[in-house]
Design a protein around this ligand. Structure first.
Ligand SMILES: Nc1ncnc2c1ncn2[C@@H]1O[C@H](COP(=O)(O)OP(=O)(O)OP(=O)(O)O)[C@@H](O)[C@H]1O
Ligand SMILES: [Mg+2]
Length: 508
C-alpha cells in the first residue's frame, strides 16, 4: 500500500449549524464535533421522554480493537510527551502518524485506509486529546461537563437544550483515576491521595475541578469542566436572557461611570464573574483597567486593559499570598479601575483599603447573602473593621435556578451599602420577585445621591441621564448587539459623542 494513501484527515472546525431551539416531541439533531469522526446526536428517548446527548464515534471491530491496543502500548514507549507539549495540533498529528506508521511496519500489519483513519482518530483522542471526553470539549454548545464517579453517565449543560445525560461513562476506577490525573497534568498541576482536590484551568482557559477519591465504596474520582467562553457576555446578552432589566443595566452604567465600587456575590456558578465581566464593558475606553485573577476568566475589549494572572501555585494558601502581593503592587501603579476576579483571603483587606483610598474596585465573593458577606468580611481571616466595609458602594447578589426544565440566572438583589454608623445596613435598590419573575425598584437610590454629592449634578439631571441610558440599552437589545467589541464601540462613542449615538438609535 502506498504511503500517501495513509494520511490522517481530521478537522476540529466542523461546520457550524443552527440548532432548532424548541424542545419538540420528536427532536432529533445530529451535528459534527470532530470531523469526520465524532458527532453529537441529541434526541428524545421514546420511553422515558428524557432528552439525551449521545456521542457517536467510529465503531471498531474486535481485530481493530486489539490492533489499537498494540499500537497504543507501542506508542507509550516511543512518544516523548514533553516534546509534544510545545507543538501545534498539525505538528502533533504528524508526529503521531510517523510513529504509528513505524510501529505498524514493525508489526507487519496490513490495514485498509478506513481502518487507518479510525485508529489514528483514537490514537489522537487518547494521547493528546482528552480520551472519551474529547468530543464534548469540541462542542461549542457545551458549557459544563460533569462526572460524578465511575459507572455514572457524564452530564452536560448545553447552551440550547440545557441539562442532558450523555452516553459517556467511565467504567472503571482506574480509567477514571487516570483521566483525572491527565486533567491535572494538562493544567500543570498534580492530584494525588495527598492532594486530593484540584481547582485549576486548562490551557484554553476552561476551568477544572476534580476530586481524587480512592474509596471504592464511594463512586471514585469526580470532575467538572467549565468551558471557557471566548466571547464574553455583554449587558445586552444579560438583558435578552432577563438576568437583569435595561433599567438595572443603565444603573450599573452610571455607577461605573462615576467609579462606584461594586462586588458581585452569590453561590458557586451563580454567574458572579459573568455579571462582573459584562458590566465592565461600561468602563470608559481610555480608563486604565488592571485585572488580577487566579485563573483567566475576565475578558474585555479595552485597549488600556492590563490582565494579570497570579502565579500558578500548588496550594490555595500560596495562591492567596500571590494575589495579595499582586494586588498591593497593582494599587501602587495607580490604575483607574481595579478588577479582582475573586477575593477570599487577606487580599480582600487590601481591596477594601484600595477602595477607601479612592480606587474604583470590582470583584466577586462567594457568599449566599448580604449578611453572610458582611459577617465573613468582619471575621477572621479577613477581619475588616466595620468602618472599611462601607467603602464598598454596591453589592449584587446573583442567583442560578436550575430545575428540571428551567435553567435561569437572575440578579436577585442590588444593595447599596449605607454608612456603617447607620442602623439600616443597606438600601435594596432592585429586587427580583421570583414568583412573578419581575424586578422591583425602590424609589430612592443612595448612589444617585452620592454621585450628586461628588459632582454637583442635580438628582433630576442624573435621573434623566439614567433613563436616556436605559433607552440606549433597550435599543441595543432590540438590535441584538451582543458582540462585545461592537457593544464596547457604541458605549465608547456614547462617552465621546452622545448626540450621535442617540441620533443613530433614534432616541429623543
Ligand atoms: N447571566 C447569565 N446568563 C447566561 N449564562 C450565564 C450567566 N451567568 C453565568 N452564565 C454561565 O454560567 C457559568 C458559570 O458562570 P460564572 O463563572 O460567571 O459563575 P460564578 O458565580 O462566577 O462561579 P464561581 O463561583 O465558580 O466563581 C458560565 O458557563 C457562564 O457562561
Ligand atoms: Mg467566578
Amino acid at each position: 500500500m502506498a504511503d500517501d494513501v495513509l494520511k490522517f484527515h481530521i478537522s476540529f472546525k466542523p461546520k457550524f449549524i443552527n440548532l432548532p431551539d424548541i424542545k419538540t416531541g420528536n427532536l432529533n439533531v445530529r451535528y459534527p464535533l470532530i470531523s469526520p469522526f465524532a458527532f453529537a446526536h441529541i434526541f428524545i428517548d421514546k420511553e422515558t421522554k428524557e432528552l439525551l446527548y449521545y456521542v457517536e464515534e467510529p465503531i471498531l471491530t474486535d481485530d481493530e480493537k486489539s490492533l489499537l491496543k498494540l499500537l497504543q502500548l507501542g506508542l507509550e514507549e516511543v512518544l516523548n510527551m514533553d516534546f509534544v507539549g510545545d507543538l501545534n495540533k498539525e505538528k502533533i498529528i504528524e508526529y503521531l502518524e510517523e510513529n504509528t506508521k513505524s510501529i505498524l511496519a514493525e508489526l507487519g500489519a496490513k490495514i485498509t485506509p478506513e481502518t487507518y483513519q479510525k485508529l489514528m482518530y483514537y490514537i489522537y483522542r487518547d494521547s493528546v486529546g482528552f480520551n472519551k471526553v474529547e468530543p464534548l470539549l469540541n462542542d461549542y454548545y457545551i458549557e459544563d461537563i460533569e462526572c460524578n464517579g465511575v459507572n455514572s453517565p457524564i452530564y452536560i449543560v448545553h447552551r440550547v437544550y440545557e441539562n442532558m445525560r450523555t452516553n459517556i461513562v467511565f467504567e472503571s476506577v482506574d480509567e477514571l483515576r487516570d483521566f483525572v490525573e491527565k486533567l491535572a497534568q494538562k493544567c500543570g498541576k498534580y492530584i494525588s491521595y495527598a492532594q486530593p482536590f484540584l481547582d485549576a484551568a486548562l490551557p484554553d482557559g476552561s476551568r477544572v475541578n476534580a476530586s481524587y477519591s480512592s474509596d471504592i465504596t464511594t463512586k471514585g474520582p469526580t470532575f467538572t469542566i467549565r468551558k471557557f467562553t471566548e466571547k464574553p457576555l455583554t449587558p445586552v446578552n444579560l438583558i435578552l436572557n432577563r438576568t437583569l432589566t435595561p433599567r438595572m443595566a443603565a444603573y450599573f452604567w452610571l455607577a461605573i461611570d462615576y467609579k462606584m465600587n461594586i462586588m458581585a456575590i452569590g453561590e458557586t456558578a451563580s454567574g458572579k464573574t459573568t455579571f462582573l465581566n459584562s458590566i465592565l464593558h461600561f468602563v470608559p475606553s481610555e480608563a486604565r483597567i488592571a485585572s488580577i485573577e487566579d485563573t483567566r476568566e475576565i475578558n474585555l475589549a479595552h485597549s488600556n486593559w492590563i490582565p494579570a494572572v497570579s502565579r500558578v501555585s500548588l496550594g490555595s494558601k500560596v495562591g492567596d499570598i500571590d494575589l495579595f502581593s499582586l494586588l498591593k503592587e497593582t494599587f501602587r501603579q495607580n490604575p483607574d479601575y481595579v478588577v479582582v476576579g475573586e477575593v477570599r483571603g487577606k487580599e480582600t483587606f487590601v481591596l477594601f483599603q484600595g477602595m477607601a483610598s479612592g480606587h474604583s474596585c470590582y470583584s466577586t465573593f462567594h457568599a449566599g447573602s448580604f449578611s453572610t458577606l458582611i459577617r465573613r468580611l468582619e471575621t477572621p481571616p479577613i477581619n475588616l473593621p466595620p468602618e472599611l466595609v462601607d467603602s464598598l458602594d454596591i453589592i449584587t447578589l446573583m442567583i442560578h435556578i436550575k430545575e428540571k426544565d428551567k435553567n435561569i440566572r437572575r440578579v436577585q438583589e442590588v444593595d447599596e451599602i449605607l454608612p456603617y454608623s447607620s442602623e439600616e445596613k443597606k438600601n435594596v435598590v432592585f429586587k427580583w420577585d421570583a414568583a412573578k419573575d419581575i424586578f422591583l425598584e425602590s424609589k430612592e437610590s443612595v448612589i444617585l445621591k452620592k454621585i450628586h454629592a461628588k459632582t454637583g449634578k442635580s438628582l433630576e439631571e442624573l435621573e434623566t441621564e439614567l433613563s436616556t441610558r436605559e433607552k440606549v440599552l433597550i435599543k441595543l437589545a432590540e438590535l441584538n448587539i451582543t458582540d462585545y467589541k461592537k457593544f464596547s464601540e457604541i458605549i465608547d462613542l456614547y462617552y465621546h459623542n452622545k448626540k450621535k449615538v442617540l441620533e443613530s438609535l433614534k432616541i429623543r
